[in-house]
Design a binder for this molecule. Structure first.
Ligand code: ATP
Length: 142
């Protein structure tokens, strides 16, 4: 099993949920945060702790004590403003590693300018993975 680390996942949609679930399955400590009470309740089965909070509120974010976490994943996509603001606040808090989802090129460029460590473009990255899989010599023809 991997060394136990502390992760926070902000935004418990499909993307954030799969990250949180997998990390939790692997025995990692996962704090799940969402503005939507229902999303947090649904996530309680696969997070160590769930918190209802608006990550764009500086006070709310700093009260969560996530500065000591190894990695914070910002899985907010549609609300670009909320995603950017959250990443900026996390950066100001001095979070060691920030990973964020971008829904498009412009969104990604802003996240990069803020200093987000890893930017994920779910559809683009998944498309590339599928193509690489098809091109792999071990893949049988369909
Ligand atoms: P996915 O494509 O991963 O399913 P989604 O379509 O549910 O995502 P997104 O807009 O990407 O929608 O939001 C992901 C999650 O982030 C949602 O559950 C939403 O409630 C949450 N969220 C949005 N804004 C905030 C915020 N300011 N603070 C905390 N959580 C937020």
């Amino acid at each position: 099993m991997a060394i136990k680390k502390q992760y926070a996942v902000i935004g418990l949609g499909r993307f954030g949920t799969s990250i949180a679930r997998r990390l939790h399955e692997a025995g990692q400590e996962v704090l799940g945060i969402d503005i939507d009470e229902e999303k947090v309740e649904d996530a309680l089965a696969y997070v160590t702790e769930g918190v209802i909070s608006d990550s764009t509120e500086e006070k709310a974010l700093s009260s969560l004590d996530i500065t000591n976490f190894d990695c914070v994943i910002v899985a907010i996509g549609d609300d670009i403003q909320a995603s950017i603001l959250t990443c900026m606040l996390l950066k100001n808090l001095g979070i060691q590693k920030i990973i964020a989802k971008a829904i498009g090129k412009r969104h990604g460029q802003v996240l990069e300018a803020i200093g987000v460590d890893l930017i994920i473009y779910p559809e683009r990255d998944m498309g590339e993975r599928v193509a690489n899989h098809l091109l792999s010599p071990n893949t049988l023809d369909y």
